[in-house]
Design a protein around this ligand. Structure first.
Ligand SMILES: Cc1cc2nc3c(=O)[nH]c(=O)nc-3n(C[C@H](O)[C@H](O)[C@H](O)COP(=O)(O)OP(=O)(O)OC[C@H]3O[C@@H](n4cnc5c(N)ncnc54)[C@H](O)[C@@H]3O)c2cc1C
Length: 467
C-alpha cells in the first residue's frame, strides 16, 4: 500500500529541509517510541522542518509518492500515536518552537506546535495570565501534541481541557495545502468547527503548525487540601459530594495506596505512612479572594467528616508546601512506567460513578490475577488504570488481559456512561477497542472524515481505527 523511501525521494526531502534537518542514522532509534509500553517503530527518515511551507512541500511529495508521514511531537504520548508503524517519514515538530505573540489586550497567545507546554505557561504568567491545561507531562510535552491529543490535566476539572482553550489553528493538509480552521475570536458560529475537528485528531487529519490559544487572568491564591482515606472507594465517593457542597475545585485528584507507594519509592520521600491508607484525594481551590477560599475549604472539611480518614486532612497554604504534594502526584506516571511492565487504560466515567468503576477494576484484577495501580483526575471521572505485569505469564499478558480483561473493563465503563479515553487518545494501542465506544455507523462517519482529508491515507496511518 505504501512505498519505501528511495534514494531519489530522500534527495528531494533533503532539498526541502536541508541535510542538517534530516536523520537517517542510529539516531532514528530516538524517534521510534513514545511513552507507550515498550513499542518501537522507527521511521525510515526523520525530518525536522522549520516552517509550514517546508511541511507543505514534504506532505505534497509524500502524498504523490504514497509515503506514510507520522507527525512527532515530544514523544510523551501514552497511546502510541507517534509510532511510525509503516516506517516512512517521521515529521518532528521540534524546530517549530517559537512563542510568536502574546496578545495582552485580547488575552490570547499564538505559538508554534513545538513549544513545551510549561514554557508557554511560564511566558504568559509574566503578564499575570494563565493557560490552564496542564498534563502531568507539561515540563516535556509540546502544545501541538496537546492539541492533537486534546490533552487534559489536573486543572481540567475547573477550566476544561485543551479543546476549551484553542481559538484557531494553522494546519497543513495531507495534500500540502495550508488552511486556518477558525478565527482569533472567543465566539465563532461560522460553519462547522474545523478547529474542534482537529482537536484530538491525533495527527491523522493534518499537521498543526500554528496555534492561537485563549488565556485568562492568573488566579492569585491557591489552597490545597490532602485527605487520606481508609477506603479508596470512599475517596472516590467523596468526589461528587464535594460538588454537591457547591464547590468547584480547581483540581481534584485521586491516588490509591499502591500509587502512593510507587510515587514515594520513586522519589525516596515518604510523606505519608500508607499502612492504613486506602486512597488519597488532593483537593485544590483557587481564586482572587483568600477569605472565600477558606470558606470553601471549611465546606470541604464538612464533606470529609462523613468519611473515615486515616488522619486529619492537611492544608497546604504556601506554594512550597503545595509543590511538595503535587510533586508526588506528577511523578506517578514515571514512577509506574519507569519501574514496571504495564498497560495503561485511560477510562473516564461520570464522576459519581468513579467508585463503581474502581470496584469493578479491582474485581477484574482478582478474576484474572493482575495488580492494578489506579490514580487520576477524579474530578473529571478520569481513572488511569495501570495493569502491572509482575509474574503474569506471557499468554495471560499478551492474550487474556488485552482480549478479555481490558474489554470487560471497557464494556463496564461504557455501561456506566463513560468511554475509553479521557485524555490520552486512541492512537495505536486502543484502536481495536473503538467498536466498544462507537457503533459501525459512527465509526464509518469518522472514517469518511479521514478519507476526505487524506484520500491516500498517508498521514499517521493505522491510528484510531483500521481501514
Ligand atoms: C509522565 C506522563 C504524564 C502524563 N500526564 C498526562 C496528563 O495529565 N494529561 C494528559 O492529557 N496527558 C498526559 N500524558 C500524555 C502525553 O503527555 C500527552 O498526550 C501529550 O499531549 C503528548 O504530547 P507530545 O508532544 O509528547 O506528543 P507525541 O507523543 O509526540 O504525539 C502525540 C500525538 O500527536 C500527534 N502530533 C504531535 N504533534 C502534532 C502536530 N503538530 N500536528 C499534528 N499531530 C501532532 C502525533 O502524531 C501523535 O499522534 C502524560 C504522559 C506522561 C509520559
Amino acid at each position: 500500500m505504501y512505498n519505501k523511501i528511495s534514494p531519489s525521494i530522500q534527495e528531494r526531502i533533503v532539498q526541502i529541509v536541508g541535510s542538517n534537518n534530516t536523520i537517517t542514522d542510529e539516531r532514528l532509534e530516538d524517534y521510534s517510541h513514545d511513552m507507550t509500553e515498550d513499542f518501537k517503530f522507527p521511521p525510515e527518515i526523520v525530518v525536522k522542518p522549520e516552517n509550514a511551507e517546508q511541511i507543505a512541500k514534504i506532505l505534497k511529495l509524500a502524498n504523490e509518492e504514497r509515503i506514510p508521514v507520522t507527525p512527532i511531537g515530544a514523544r510523551t504520548g501514552l497511546s502510541g500515536g507517534m509510532l511510525c508503524v509503516y516506517g516512512g517519514i517521521g515529521l518532528s515538530l521540534e524546530k517549530l518552537n517559537k512563542i510568536i505573540h502574546i496578545d495582552t489586550d485580547n488575552l490570547q497567545a499564538t505559538v508554534e506546535p513545538g513549544v513545551i507546554t510549561e514554557n508557554l505557561q511560564k511566558a504568559v504568567e509574566k503578564f499575570g495570565l494563565y493557560y490552564p491545561p496542564d498534563p502531568s507531562s507539561k515540563g516535556s510535552c509540546f502544545i501541538g501534541g496537546n492539541v492533537a491529543e486534546n490533552a487534559g490535566g489536573a486543572h481540567a476539572v475547573k477550566y476544561g481541557t485543551t479543546k476549551d482553550f484553542i481559538l484557531n489553528l494553522q494546519v497543513v493538509l495531507p495534500n500540502g495545502e495550508i488552511i486556518h480552521t477558525g478565527a482569533n475570536t472567543l465566539k465563532n458560529s461560522t460553519g462547522y468547527s474545523l478547529t474542534q475537528l482537529m482537536l484530538g485528531s491525533e495527527g491523522t487529519l493534518g499537521i498543526i503548525t500554528q496555534i492561537t490559544v485563549k488565556l485568562i487572568p492568573y488566579p492569585i491564591y491557591r489552597l490545597l487540601l490532602k485527605a487520606n482515606f481508609v477506603s479508596p472507594f470512599d475517596a472516590c465517593r467523596a468526589v461528587s459530594q464535594i460538588f454537591h457542597a457547591k464547590i468547584t475545585p480547581s483540581a481534584l485528584e485521586f491516588m490509591e495506596k499502591d500509587a502512593i507507594d510507587f510515587g514515594q519509592n520513586y522519589l525516596q520521600s515518604f510523606l505519608d505512612d500508607t499502612t492504613h491508607l486506602g486512597g488519597q484525594l488532593l483537593i485544590e481551590v483557587d481564586g482572587n479572594h483568600l477569605d472565600s477560599l477558606y470558606l470553601d475549604i471549611e465546606k470541604i472539611y464538612e464533606v470529609l467528616k462523613h468519611f473515615e480518614l486515616v488522619s486529619e486532612p492537611i492544608l497546604a497554604d504556601t506554594h512550597d508546601k503545595q509543590e511538595a504534594i503535587w510533586r508526588l502526584r506528577r511523578c506517578l506516571g514515571h514512577a509506574v512506567k519507569g519501574t514496571t511492565i504495564y498497560k495503561e487504560e485511560d477510562t473516564v466515567v461520570p464522576r459519581a460513578k468513579l467508585a463503581e468503576l474502581l470496584n469493578f477494576v479491582k474485581k477484574t484484577g482478582k478474576k484474572y490475577g493482575f495488580q492494578s495501580v489506579c490514580y487520576g483526575h477524579a474530578g473529571d471521572g478520569n481513572l488511569h488504570i495501570n495493569i502491572i505485569k509482575n509474574q503474569l505469564d506471557e499468554l495471560t499478558w499478551k492474550e487474556i488481559i488485552p482480549k478479555k480483561a481490558i474489554p470487560e473493563i471497557f464494556y463496564f465503563t461504557k455501561q456506566l456512561g463513560g468511554t475509553l479515553s479521557g485524555e490520552h487518545g486512541i492512537g495505536w494501542v486502543q484502536k481495536d477497542y473503538m467498536p466498544i465506544a462507537f457503533n459501525e455507523i459512527e465509526i464509518n462517519l469518522m472514517k469518511g472524515i479521514k478519507k476526505l482529508f487524506d484520500p491516500n491515507l498517508i498521514l499517521n496511518p493505522s491510528k484510531i481505527f483500521n481501514f
